[in-house]
Design a protein around this ligand. Structure first.
Ligand code: UDP
Ligand code: MG
Length: 328
């Protein structure tokens, strides 16, 4: 058996030429005496000198790996590429702009070894703009906490420590890297957080503005839906359908009552209830059919990828067959 690599540090890079040398050096310094590690830089289509510098780092240090994208695919895609190619037992994403401090890594790893699957960094003393960054992020964290019941102060902090199994079973879309703890929580991951350093951006430009908030909210809706109803979508569509069906029946009964029993209330040409009950019955049919379609999609999704609707932590049994003990 070959020796296992302890840590993979994954660093997405988008036009960060001035800080790469520093972030490389700081990461090496914080890890070299304690762990075996690799550093995976993922260049997300930079248009500055980042690629060149990364090539030089690769040439002089064989712990460095570099993935170069053809164009800018976004931070989540960059992280994903790093995760997929990581060999370490623990995976640590880190920003390339120097806002995260690599010196925090050993403490995160120690915390992880206390028996957690994810240790999330918390930028308690965050050095970003208050109005466009800190306030939207505070609201987003609160909302995500409420919706997903994963209580973290800082979902947005890139610096986190993941046990490799957690990452292996998580697929990322859109800008969902912030939601890895929430997604992992469905599979039963043990999550905690830890205060980490945060520095102001000294070089390069921030890549996001206020529009990020909208994306975060939409991602949250997706995560919540998939998390709660991902394997049983008919419950939400059908539930709404039944609700509108009942409303439709109630309104039709009222209309019938007006027509036959108490005609003095009736003015058929201006009766909104009739219209409402007609619209609602159509809505009902649509919702239920949509729910059934969603059920079919879910089956295609799970069965085509041989995914299970559960995750197994451990399977104690006596026969030696290794196959199929844990597919998730
Ligand atoms: N980043 C990236 N692709 C992008 C945007 C950002 O790889 O399209 C990288 C960027 O180089 C940095 C990290 O993601 O290493 C975080 O970006 P930024 O510092 O702008 O975000 P913030 O600190 O505001 O979260
Ligand atoms: Mg930053």
């Amino acid at each position: 058996m070959g020796e296992k690599l302890d840590i993979s540090v994954v660093i997405p890079v988008y036009n960060e030429q001035d800080y790469l040398q520093n972030i490389y050096q700081q990461t090496v310094d914080s890890l070299k005496d304690k762990y075996s590690f690799e550093i995976i830089f993922v260049d997300d289509g930079s248009s500055d000198q980042s690629c060149k510098i990364l090539e030089q780092l690769y040439e002089k240090d064989d712990r460095v790996k570099v993935i170069m994208f053809r164009r800018n695919f976004g931070q989540t895609a960059a992280m994903s590429a790093g995760f997929h190619n990581a060999k370490g037992q623990v995976i640590i994403p880190l920003d390339a702009d120097g806002q995260n401090d690599p010196a925090d890594i050993p403490a995160l790893v120690e915390k992880l070894n206390e028996g957690f699957d994810i240790v999330s960094g918390w930028r308690k003393d965050r050095k970003d703009k208050t109005i466009t960054r800190k306030i939207p992020s505070m609201m987003a964290n609160w909302l995500i906490g409420k919706m997903t019941s994963v209580k973290l102060h800082d979902f947005g902090c890139s610096l986190k420590a993941y046990r490799r199994e957690v990452i292996e079973t998580t697929k990322l879309y859109g800008e969902m890297h912030r939601f890895i703890p929430a997604i992992a929580n469905w599979s039963g991951a043990k999550i905690t957080e830890m205060v980490v350093n945060h520095h102001p951006r000294v070089t390069g430009k921030a890549k996001y503005g206020l529009e990020r908030t909208v994306k975060v909210i939409l991602d949250l809706v997706t995560v919540k839906f998939l998390g709660s109803y991902g394997t049983k979508p008919i419950y939400i569509f059908g539930g709404l359908g039944i609700f509108s069906g009942i409303a439709s029946v109630v309104f039709s009964l009222i209309v019938l009552y007006m027509k036959f029993i108490s005609p003095k209330h009736l003015s058929m040409n201006r009766n909104p209830l009739l219209l409402l009950s007609a619209i609602l019955i159509i809505t009902t049919i649509q919702l239920i059919l949509m729910g059934l379609l969603a059920e079919m999609i879910v089956r295609t999704y799970h069965e085509s990828q041989n995914r299970q609707i559960y995750t197994i932590r451990k399977f104690l049994r006596r026969d030696n067959s290794q196959e199929q003990s844990n597919e998730s």
